[in-house]
Design a protein around this ligand. Sequence first.
Ligand SMILES: *[C@@H]1O[C@H](CO)[C@@H](O)[C@H](O)[C@H]1NC(C)=O
Ligand SMILES: *[C@@H]1O[C@H](CO)[C@@H](O)[C@H](O)[C@H]1NC(C)=O
Ligand SMILES: *[C@@H]1O[C@H](CO)[C@@H](O)[C@H](O)[C@H]1NC(C)=O
Ligand SMILES: *[C@@H]1O[C@H](CO)[C@@H](O)[C@H](O)[C@H]1NC(C)=O
Ligand SMILES: *[C@@H]1O[C@H](CO)[C@@H](O)[C@H](O)[C@H]1NC(C)=O
Ligand SMILES: *[C@@H]1O[C@H](CO)[C@@H](O)[C@H](O)[C@H]1NC(C)=O
Ligand SMILES: *[C@@H]1O[C@H](CO)[C@@H](O)[C@H](O)[C@H]1NC(C)=O
Ligand SMILES: *[C@@H]1O[C@H](CO)[C@@H](O)[C@H](O)[C@H]1NC(C)=O
Ligand SMILES: *[C@@H]1O[C@H](CO)[C@@H](O)[C@H](O)[C@H]1NC(C)=O
Ligand SMILES: *[C@@H]1O[C@H](CO)[C@@H](O)[C@H](O)[C@H]1NC(C)=O
Ligand SMILES: *[C@@H]1O[C@H](CO)[C@@H](O)[C@H](O)[C@H]1NC(C)=O
Length: 862
Amino acid sequence: MTSTKALVLGFLSALSLSPGGHAADTPFLGFPSPWAAATDNSDPSWAAAYAKAIDFVSDLTLTEKINLTTGTGWEADRCIGNTGSVPRLGFRGFCLEDGPLGVRYTQNNSAFPAGINVAATFSRRLMRLRGEALGAEFRGKGIDVMLGPVSGPLGRTPQGGRYWEGFGPDPYLAGVAMAESIRGIQSRGVVACAKHYILNEQEMYRGIIDVRIDDRTMHELYLWPFADAVRAGVGSIMCSYNKINGTYACENEWTSNYLLKNELGFQGFVMSDWGAQHTTLGSALGGLDMAMPGDGGPSPYQSLWGGALAEAVLKGDVPQWRLDDMVIRIMAAYFKVHTGDYSSRPDINFSAWTNQTIGPLHPSSNQSFTVVNEFIDVQSDHASLIREIGAKSIVLLKNVNNTLPLSKPSSIAIIGEDARDPPGGPNACPDRGCFGNGTVAMGYGSGTADFPYLVSPANALLAQAELDNTTVFFDAISSNYDLTAVEPAASSADVAIVFAAVTSGEGYLTVADNAGDRRNLTLWGNAEALIAAVARRNPNTVVVLHTPGPVLLAEINANPNVTAILWAGFPGQESGNALTDVLYGRVNPQGRSPFTWAGESEADYGAGLLDDAENPAQPTQAFSEGVLIDYRWFQESGAKARTLFPFGFGLSYTSFRYSNLTVARANVSGDYEPAEGVTAPAPTYGVVEEELEKHVAPQGFKRIWPYVYSWLNSSEGFVAGRPGNISDFPPEARNGSAQPVLPASGASGGNPGLYEVLYTLTALITNEGKVKGTEIPQLFVQLGGQDNPWGILRGFDEVELEPGETKMVTFNLTRRDVSNWNTTTQRWEITDWAKTIFVGQNVRDIRLNATLPAPQGMSWRR
Ligand SMILES: *[C@@H]1O[C@H](CO)[C@@H](O)[C@H](O)[C@H]1NC(C)=O
Ligand SMILES: *[C@@H]1O[C@H](CO)[C@@H](O)[C@H](O)[C@H]1NC(C)=O
Ligand SMILES: *[C@@H]1O[C@H](CO)[C@@H](O)[C@H](O)[C@H]1NC(C)=O
Ligand SMILES: *[C@@H]1O[C@H](CO)[C@@H](O)[C@H](O)[C@H]1NC(C)=O
Ligand SMILES: *[C@@H]1O[C@H](CO)[C@@H](O)[C@H](O)[C@H]1NC(C)=O
Ligand SMILES: *[C@@H]1O[C@H](CO)[C@@H](O)[C@H](O)[C@H]1NC(C)=O
Ligand SMILES: *[C@@H]1O[C@H](CO)[C@@H](O)[C@H](O)[C@H]1NC(C)=O
Ligand SMILES: *[C@@H]1O[C@H](CO)[C@@H](O)[C@H](O)[C@H]1NC(C)=O
Ligand SMILES: *[C@@H]1O[C@H](CO)[C@@H](O)[C@H](O)[C@H]1NC(C)=O
Ligand SMILES: *[C@@H]1O[C@H](CO)[C@@H](O)[C@H](O)[C@H]1NC(C)=O
Ligand SMILES: *[C@@H]1O[C@H](CO)[C@@H](O)[C@H](O)[C@H]1NC(C)=O
């Protein structure tokens, strides 16, 4: 142990820190809430933004500051979330809008492929381009904050209703996708919001479930992609509905204060999920910076913040520095991504609450009718990107005897409701909350956007057939249940293409008896019987799947007449065109499965949904599987032998050879410099005048009901209904004096030493086939010892190769990539277990391997 390490350890034990320790005899580790710019932040764009934010905030009054922290109420203004404004400075309130696959609740926008599809491309380029295109569309509507991207749920259980919104259960892949998306979105002048922080892994009980998790699993799995988001400079993070170790996420001093703002050095703001705030003081002291949608509190303020927060600050329960910190964080995030001064902000030009041109500016009050929708077309040329991502996210799971690609077949049959145009149009069901009404191209819930149009598979295939003079059997077959109509068509065609689907989404909608989460992992809508019926008549049956994640396919895959299977996920508006590109070989499939496919049993996933809590009023769920989810679990358990398609699996129309692995070690130590020292004391900006009459509405101001304001209701005294009890908090919660920094902190995303490159690996990839193709080589690291999984993804690349061509791929491994989280020292550490690396086509098809040399100054245990 180095002397620096010993110092840090001594320091930690002197304070008897134990993360999240709520026990009466230990101090609260996560208090006080870290103030912005308190950590040494190495990102210059934050520093410049802070300077502007400080200028702006220093000039604000108490009630102006609070206006920027508190939503004006549900449907109080035009966006899904809106804050108050600063009329004195001509600064309108912030407009926040869902995300994450398009602008929700408007028109003339695009409907992009879902997050799970983007993950399946394994393409950093496409992740970034999609972020840029999304950012441009939100900006074009005048939106300040896009509510996305998502890596919570991460995907602990494939049944989780919102699984498809994020980037799948591998934290490394999700982290790369988060970072690329955020950089793309924010480059277009829109603040991204990484959500839902954290452990919101299922819809059932989401508002009350108490998730128990150990510190190592938190760091190595669920926190990992959020660290990448912070490192990428994300401006905001949304805390989730659930509790973590007994405390709600939006007032959790461990997850918000200690992990996010202290260890990861997050400089932006934390906003609540809609209604996920539960108290005035707990949320303020527990690290929340913006309350959304702002209403829902007790009388007379109808808000937990707004006027109630003004009272809490004036009473001294919430120190001024904490309020100032909230506003600084909000404004810094805004100035970081918004180039130019704030007078150049685009105007909001749509209303989430009506499709009419004229409507109320304040729908909840039915006030101020004017032009609220300008119907600005923000789609630009994004359709071609959407089609490209759609095609490149398709995972070819089976392809016997080159069934695919098709080449001018003389006849095809198109079978299944999921092939067809939705009869009422693609947006007939609000928030896409239905099934059986045509093709599925996104899930349901708040993570949706209205389609500008939807190219169904049938339409695209019919157009292709016309070009090829292919006979199509289609019209007679309109129901998945009418198997007699299906059979003659199936037997007449050269190729029968059968479509099958499942949907899932957010728990406020129930579809086919599923309240968000999937109750089973089988296909819906009689699809198994339909596929079997088609295959009985046609020995060349191609199955296309539109599902949010894995479904159980053992039987379908075993059917010898099913010669090809494709997973197309939730591809968005260009669904049919993207599919046709792959079926006809214009795009050689490069999609790789971002999750594991069990064959027959959902129990093979290990971790499961909690849907029958012993105490349904207080459901508790221990994530006792630790880091072993998805392939990490399959590799360790009996389920391994029953894996149908492993993580990272996907076929191509060509084949690839791997060779010549090299490993080079950088001459740097295995250890990094822990951050040390103390922060500056909490700064305050401007003064809070003590007289209550300074903080009431100006005389004659006409309030509208139920709009949320920041003014006191009375200059006579405090009147808030349930502000909370300050004696419930330890004195540290309000302590604005200099604080020790955590050893693992130091910059956005944590200690900069974590991101230093320790190893550089290279390998050669050769296209051995006859057509151009793209390979996705994947790098897995085995960290060694008993507690680590067989291997964890730590690199991938997208390599396009002409027939016969060879290219070299390079993988960098950072210190973080080869470390474990040590819960005692609260640091990432490289253990002395020998470490092996594997390079291959997927987690079960490893082509090359090597042992890593020990880092400088270390040797592996023998
Ligand atoms: C959270 O709870 C788990 C399980 O009870 C425990 O192992 C862990 O130490 C707790 N973590 C914190 C930060 O309190
Ligand atoms: C707070 O915002 C509301 C809504 O925009 C506005 O009417 C009010 O004047 C603002 N309050 C202050 C103190 O500026
Ligand atoms: C606006 O139109 C879309 C698409 O038809 C529909 O889904 C949505 O419910 C409509 N919104 C309102 C507020 O009527
Ligand atoms: C694939 O082609 C080979 C050679 O033509 C043939 O023997 C085999 O039966 C075919 N397999 C299937 C599943 O059609
Ligand atoms: C279509 O959508 C509606 C509304 O959700 C639903 O009631 C119906 O069952 C769906 N399916 C069909 C086949 O119409
Ligand atoms: C299309 O196919 C039909 C029947 O197979 C044939 O008679 C016709 O000549 C074809 N047309 C073209 C343009 O190839
Ligand atoms: C799975 O759920 C779907 C939708 O609720 C239902 O239609 C189907 O019958 C279920 N499958 C099984 C095997 O229970
Ligand atoms: C496969 O197709 C052949 C020929 O159409 C048929 O005889 C056989 O029963 C089919 N097999 C299955 C499993 O459906
Ligand atoms: C790859 O390895 C082979 C066999 O060791 C060697 O002959 C070849 O030169 C190497 N190619 C490159 C580009 O390093
Ligand atoms: C690897 O890291 C080095 C810096 O250490 C960087 O210059 C290079 O671009 C990285 N390469 C890849 C493929 O990430
Ligand atoms: C964590 O650090 C402590 C103190 O250095 C050490 O004793 C322990 O072995 C470490 N734990 C792991 C899992 O490496």
